[in-house]
Design a protein around this ligand. Sequence first.
Ligand SMILES: [Zn+2]
Length: 101
Amino acid sequence: MSNFNCPNCGGSLDYKGELTTMRCPYCNSSVVVPQEVRAAATAAAVGEGVKKMAPMVKYFIIFMIVITVVPTCIGLFFALIGTVVGIAAPILVVILSFIGR
Ligand SMILES: [Zn+2]
C-alpha cells in the first residue's frame, strides 16, 4: 500500500517516490509521508526488482545448461564416432584383406 490520506484535507495521496515529504495536490500543503507508507513503497520497489531479475535468472540457467550440456553432447557424439570407427576399422581391414587375395 503506497496510498495514504493527507492529514490536512483528507485527500487520497499516491506515494511513488523516495522523498520523506510530498505536496498534496488538493490543498497544496507539504505532507510528511508516514514511515509505514515509505516502507511499503520500498518493499514494493524491491518486489519489482526481484520480478525484473527473474527473467535474467532464467536466461542464466538456460546459459548454464547450454555451456554444460552442449559440450557434453558434442563429446559423446565424437566418442560414439570413435567407438564406431574403432569397431568398424578392424572389420574393414579383415574384409579388405579377403578381397585383396
Ligand atoms: Zn491535502
